[in-house]
Design a protein around this ligand. Structure first.
Ligand SMILES: Nc1nc2c(ncn2[C@@H]2O[C@H](COP(=O)(O)OP(=O)(O)O)[C@@H](O)[C@H]2O)c(=O)[nH]1
Ligand SMILES: [Mg+2]
Length: 458
């Protein structure tokens, strides 16, 4: 049922299955009219009032029978999540009831919502910008309290304000530049390029800091990756199982068993971490092993920190030395683990002298707390626990931010070198790309990509 070209949508917002309650959400101009026809309320309170709850019966209009006893909450536009008239129906948590209620609402004129359609409407009605939409998506998928807090910070709107301010500042310079280019005779002051350059360099510096916060935010949101490196049989897979507290990776005496990288989540303190068990870095014996080694390289590149695993019961081999060199070469925090401390130790006690090292027995499951302590220190030093300063961006937004920065770079480098109308084009580019970060300018296709990640009912 359309009103002003907008239809009224409905969906269950809680997962299917039996539960104490389920929540059905209805949003759009006809929400209230539609419910008035099928809801018999108790009490005298008039319906709908802003933010009000009503107890009563949902009626099947075909035969007048009661479908369920429910509580409705009414939200009058624009004071709702979507900015539209919205009703939330709390019914009994039975999938049979939920589908019957949905069917009645659809028959009464509502349309089944698409994934993310409620959030999309919130965006279109100016209730959320794209940074806040991203925060909602991340809040729904957060697997640790840190990730949830990160998303909640962003929902408070601070990153949105920053991006809007960057965009407004650059737009201001663009307008001035355009004015002096187009109306040189109208006594508009000629642009002082030196000053423009100075001010844009300040914006560039701030934008770079913002981009860095987004990089950190995305690292935390995705789980901080820590790769285990070590020669075959050093005990990487055993150590991974020990860290996870369950048998995830296959452990055998045959060297080269792990041919692919395995990735599993755990938490260190409140930080989400992903441990990656790698296939090793030795010369490939066959094509599958070669692929495994390529994946190991990728895992090292993606990781935030590395753990070198060494067999304490054996003297160091060439390969151990190569692993140690690799750890030092990567400019990432790393930790050396002397494994198999339950056996007679033949690895030179000085092997990792001067480096962060801990001893464990992955087989007998001892030494984990020392290892976790070291990792905690690495996390603390990284500054990645400073969640308040982080920003979450979706892939599209990240790309747009990078392009905005590149355009600002070109302006900074181009001042005094290129024509002012070229500078104006670059500034325009920066304004457009920043608009794609917060959604002030955005194409429908991009919106489709963003909202299809949401579930139905959100
Ligand atoms: N004695 C002893 N053996 C271990 C320890 N950790 C792993 N192993 C054994 O070493 C072999 C190789 O372990 P695995 O985890 O598959 O090593 P990977 O090739 O590095 O993944 C297996 O036989 C394990 O049982 C340990 O702490 N002590
Ligand atoms: Mg293995």
């Amino acid at each position: 049922m359309y009103k002003n070209g907008v239809d009224t949508i409905v969906a269950a917002s809680t997962p299917p299955g039996k539960a104490a309650l389920s929540l059905i959400r209805l949003s759009g101009p006809e929400s209230f009219e539609l419910l008035k026809r099928i809801f018999k309320k108790g009490g005298k309170k008039s319906f709908p009032l802003p933010y009000s709850a009503y107890y009563g019966s949902l009626i099947d209009p075909d035969d007048g029978s009661t479908v369920d006893k429910v509580v409705l909450t009414s939200f009058v536009a624009p004071n709702s999540f979507t900015g539209e008239n919205t009703v939330e129906i709390s019914c009994h948590g039975n999938p049979v009831l939920v589908s019957r209620i949905l069917a009645i609402l659809i028959k009464a004129g509502a349309r089944a919502a698409e994934p993310g359609e409620f959030t999309r409407r919130a965006f279109i009605n100016g209730k959320l910008d794209l940074l806040e939409v991203e925060a909602v998506a991340q809040l729904l998928s957060a697997e640790s309290m840190s990730q949830a807090r990160l998303a909640l910070n962003q929902l408070n709107g601070l990153p949105s304000q920053r991006v809007a301010a960057f965009r407004a500042q650059i737009l201001h310079h663009l307008v001035q530049l355009e004015a002096s280019l187009n109306f040189p005779e109208d006594a508009i002051e000629a642009i002082d390029e030196h000053r423009l350059g100075h001010e844009l360099k300040i914006i560039r510096r701030e934008l770079r800091i913002f981009a860095e916060s987004a990089r950190h935010g995305n690292m935390v949101a995705g789980g901080l990756k820590i790769a285990l490196l070590g020669r075959p049989n050093s005990g990487k897979s055993s150590l991974m199982n020990y860290m996870l507290g369950r048998d995830r990776a296959i452990v055998t005496e045959v060297a080269g068993t792990t041919r692919d990288t395995l990735e599993e989540s755990m938490q260190i303190g409140s930080m989400p971490v992903k441990i990656i068990d790698t296939a090793g870095l030795r010369k490939p014996g066959d094509r599958i092993e070669a692929l495994g080694i390529e994946r190991t390289r990728q895992a090292i590149a993606d990781s935030f920190a590395l753990i070198g695993v060494f067999d304490g019961s054996q003297p160091a081999t060439e390969e151990d030395l190569a692993i140690l060199a690799e750890l030092k070469l990567q400019q990432k925090p790393f930790l050396c683990v002397r494994n198999k401390i339950d056996l007679v130790q033949r690895l030179d006690p000085d092997f990792f002298v001067g480096l962060n090292g801990v001893g464990v027995s992955a087989l007998q499951r001892t030494g984990l707390s020392g290892l976790i302590d070291e990792l905690t220190i690495i996390l603390q030093k990284s500054g990645l626990e400073n969640l308040e300063k982080m920003v979450l961006l979706g892939a599209q937004q990240q790309n747009a931010l990078d392009r905005a920065l590149a355009a600002v770079d070109r302006v900074c480098e181009g001042i005094g070198q290129i024509y002012q109308d070229m500078l104006a084009i670059e500034l325009e580019d920066a304004v457009r790309e920043l608009g794609r970060v917060n959604g002030e300018t955005v194409e429908v296709n991009t919106l489709d990509l963003i909202f299809e990640r949401f579930c139905i009912g959100k």
